[in-house]
Design a binder for this molecule. Structure first.
Ligand SMILES: Cc1cc2nc3c(=O)[nH]c(=O)nc-3n(C[C@H](O)[C@H](O)[C@H](O)COP(=O)(O)OP(=O)(O)OC[C@H]3O[C@@H](n4cnc5c(N)ncnc54)[C@H](O)[C@@H]3O)c2cc1C
Length: 380
């Protein structure tokens, strides 16, 4: 069974390490970082020191080894130990900024960007979305025009996670003609103008920025993979980003169920604990059922990706199903906490706000449905 894959002795040890790190290094500070609007660099160094930043990256590129299923364990455990999806977005942004560079395999780019990031010394971001649109990646407008040994880059990127702190940005640019065939990936590590930090509904500890590039000179050796071959790299990595967001969704839901169960056991109304009401327990069962279905299916699809199997439509199903489960559970969690659930002091309140992005980022619910329809041949 797929569940057994997540319960090997090695993954139980990994889970224990992650839990200890989260309880010691994250939970006591999370509220401060939420107020500060960003994570401290020291946290990246501390996470690197215990090997967490490098999980899912091969030792040959400076990682700690392990694969996607180990990353799933890390994501699940951080959230279930009291972290959050926003924390994961900010601390593990390298999970979306580096894989293309590793995939392309240029030793110079790996030495300059991958190793120092996995060591916690650099912070990277991934910039695809532009003010004119995010879903239609093939329509992006930021240009990179060849000039001798450099590219001259002009354009604006928005909603960029860790964009305000980033030392480098893996950026999708147009080097060729219109459409997906003219897109390349370029690592930009200077001249990044943070136009503004964006204030958000949730994910407060994860800084998000609008970035502008005006006549920035970027060495052509910073090209990731072949010129005009960026779209395929982006799409391949989207699979992992999307399944990770599905994991964040069911893990957040599980955490909210755990918090709610504790609350309804201790909260008394009309002379007995809330948990003694059938209406309440049936709500809890509905929450548990949706989480279990989302977790089982998402883990199954993560195993398919790890095995290199074709599963584009299944990733779409997993993301949308896990997000739907999470949306339901966080809403019920706030409801069952009553007035306290609406207060900043309640952890479920943060998860309620944080999780709203999961059906938007990395491909919206609608874009997932559209992609699945095409994969299944429904649009022919
Ligand atoms: C907190 C946060 C962090 C982010 N981090 C990053 C990051 O690090 N890097 C990055 O590049 N981007 C990032 N994004 C951007 C995110 O990926 C985009 O917001 C997302 O892809 C949607 O793009 P959009 O906002 O331009 O919406 P649009 O593409 O304008 O879509 C608007 C609405 O129209 C719907 N829609 C669009 N096309 C269709 C269609 N064909 N059929 C039906 N409905 C459609 C969408 O589903 C959506 O509901 C982040 C966003 C946020 C809010």
């Amino acid at each position: 069974m797929t569940a057994d894959l997540f319960d090997t002795p090695e993954r139980r040890d990994l889970r224990a390490t992650v839990r200890k790190f989260t309880e010691r290094e994250i939970v006591p500070h999370l509220d401060d970082w939420e107020r500060a609007g960003e994570l401290p660099r020291d946290l990246h160094r501390a996470a690197a020191k215990v090997g967490l930043l490098g999980i899912g990256f091969a030792e040959e590129v400076g990682g700690s080894g392990g694969g996607l299923l180990d990353s799933v364990v890390v994501t699940e455990e951080i959230i279930q130990a009291g972290g959050s999806s926003g924390l994961i977005a900010g601390l593990f942004t390298h999970g979306i900024a580096l894989p293309h560079i590793v995939d392309a395999g240029d030793p110079d780019l790996i030495d300059r960007f991958v190793r120092p990031t996995l060591d916690g010394e650099l912070i990277g971001a991934l910039a695809i979305t532009e003010p004119d649109g995010g879903s239609d990646v093939a329509a992006l407008r930021t240009t990179a025009v060849r000039d001798g040994d450099d590219f001259i880059v002009n354009g604006t990127k928005t909603f960029i996670t860790s964009g305000a702190r980033a030392d480098f940005v893996t950026t999708a640019v147009r080097t060729g003609g219109p459409g997906y065939e003219g897109i390349s990936l370029l690592v930009i590590d200077r001249g990044i103008d943070v136009v503004r930090r964006l204030e958000k509904m949730g994910w407060h500890c994860s800084d998000t920025a609008e970035l502008s590039f005006v006549d920035i000179r970027v060495p052509a050796k910073n090209l990731v993979g072949p010129e005009n071959g960026g779209f395929a790299l982006v799409m391949r990595q989207f699979q992992v980003e999307r399944i990770t967001m599905a994991v964040e969704a069911y893990a957040t839901a599980q955490r909210c169920l755990d918090l709610t169960l504790a609350y309804v056991r201790s909260r008394e109304t009309f002379g007995k604990p809330l948990v003694k009401r059938q209406l309440v327990t049936h709500k809890l069962v509905e929450m548990a059922q949706r989480i279990d279905l989302a977790r089982s299916y998402t883990r199954e699809v993560a195993a398919m990706i790890a095995d290199g199997r074709e599963c584009v439509a299944q990733v779409c199903f997993a993301k949308n199903a896990a997000v739907a489960a999470c949306d339901h559970v966080v809403d019920e969690a706030v409801q069952l906490h009553g007035g306290f659930g609406y207060l900043r002091d309640a952890e479920v309140e943060r998860h309620y706000r944080d999780s709203r992005i999961l059906g938007i980022g990395g491909g919206t619910n609608e874009v997932m449905a559209e992609l699945a329809a095409r994969r299944l041949g429904f649009t022919a």
